[in-house]
Design a binder for this molecule. Structure first.
Ligand code: SAH
Length: 345
């Protein structure tokens, strides 16, 4: 099979064999064609629209100890913070005025935010902003908790599986954490009725091409509505401080592959990509991505949600971020829209 045949097969069948995926993943010679084909498919489904989500990082306390993450429990150098409900509501207000119609509440796994507190926050946002989607990204919880949050008004849930290979998972996480449980959570969320987002880091320590193929296979099984991927970025106060960053090139290649495997899926151009490359998010948008997730958290706490080093946009007000993104997106021929940005079915 020549280059074009392989890409055509991926675009028309939305699948490839493991062997074919390995070929595409391990060379840059398909990149130009892959990217252009992904952009065509993205435009067939979403035109030149870019959906935005307002990200509210409301707590960086975490009971987990993932080896790659800067806000892991054992990082004693991180200044910990929590936003109270009033502050979260203010973030939403500012976001709404700026045109955001999705709010993403993200945090470490912080036991302070009990079911009751979360439901109170969710239902207040739901009451005030009936035309908005509420997305949670607060980690692994019981199915019962997920149901309560859903009934309180949450619509979507982001929980990256991080890696679908047992062996690789064990290298990234302490024994107290379980891949099986993380996968179970994702299926529970789907069953309850959430629009679900999953995903993985690209170039995390010890990752192989075979691991990436397993990630793609897991996503095919899960069939999520959104897939978030970004390069692994080293944080110098973690056990992985000596491991190199993941590759921007490989991340972009994977975004295009994901667009062709899942033509209608929502694909964010992540902040991690923008952190490693000044034009990383633009490259992603041109290669199949269609979502941006700027920060709505108060500027005074942003630098403390430091899951990796040198995270961008920690010093700007939300309005400045929105402005900057509008310009960036417009310059490459796409358009940020005021829309909940639900997945196409
Ligand atoms: N506690 C929530 C939110 C985690 S932060 C949860 O468990 O889902 C959101 C994402 O940041 C994680 O899912 C992970 O994929 C990513 N992340 C964490 N550390 C990172 C690092 N060093 N480099 C790149 N991405 C990282």
């Amino acid at each position: 099979m020549n280059n074009s045949e392989l890409i055509n097969k991926l675009a028309s069948e939305h699948n490839l064999s493991d062997k074919e995926l390995k070929i595409i993943l391990e060379t840059n010679k398909f990149d130009e064609e892959l990217k252009n084909t992904a952009d065509i498919i993205r435009k067939e489904n979403y035109g030149n629209k870019v959906f935005v989500r307002g990200l509210i990082e409301f707590s960086n306390y975490c009971k987990n100890n993932c080896y790659y993450c800067g806000i892991r429990r054992d990082n004693k150098n991180t200044v910990r913070y929590r936003l109270d409900k009033d502050t979260i509501m203010l973030c939403c207000k500012e976001g709404y005025e700026l045109g955001f119609r999705t709010f993403v509440l993200q945090s470490g796994e912080d036991p302070f935010f009990t079911e009751e507190k979360m439901c109170d926050i969710i239902s207040s946002i739901r009451n005030e902003y009936q035309d908005c989607a509420i997305t949670l990204s607060i980690g692994e919880k019981s199915k019962e908790s997920y149901k309560l949050f859903y009934n309180a008004g949450a619509n979507r849930y982001l929980l990256r599986h991080e890696t679908a290979s047992q062996n690789h998972y064990n290298k990234l996480h302490p024994e107290s954490m379980s891949l099986e449980n993380r996968k179970k959570c994702l299926f529970n969320l789907k069953e309850i009725g959430y629009q679900v987002g999953s995903g993985f880091m690209v170039g995390s320590p010890y990752q192989t091409t075979e691991n990436l193929i397993e990630d793609l296979r897991f996503l095919q099984e899960l069939q999520p509505d959104m897939i978030g991927i970004g390069p692994y970025i080293t944080h110098n106060q973690t056990p992985f401080s000596s491991h190199p960053n993941g590759s921007v090139e490989l991340t972009i290649r994977l975004i295009s592959i994901l667009r062709l495997l899942f033509p209608k899926v929502l694909l964010p151009a992540t902040t991690a990509l923008g952190t490693l490359n000044l034009k990383g998010r633009e490259l992603a948008l041109k290669a199949g991505a269609n979502v941006l997730m700027p920060n709505l958290s108060p500027v005074n706490v942003r630098k403390y949600y430091d899951i990796y080093n040198d995270k961008i946009c920690t010093g700007e007000e939300a309005a400045q971020c929105k402005n900057c993104l509008e310009k960036r997106v417009g310059a490459i021929g796409y358009e940020i829209v005021i829309d909940r940005g639900d997945v196409k079915k």
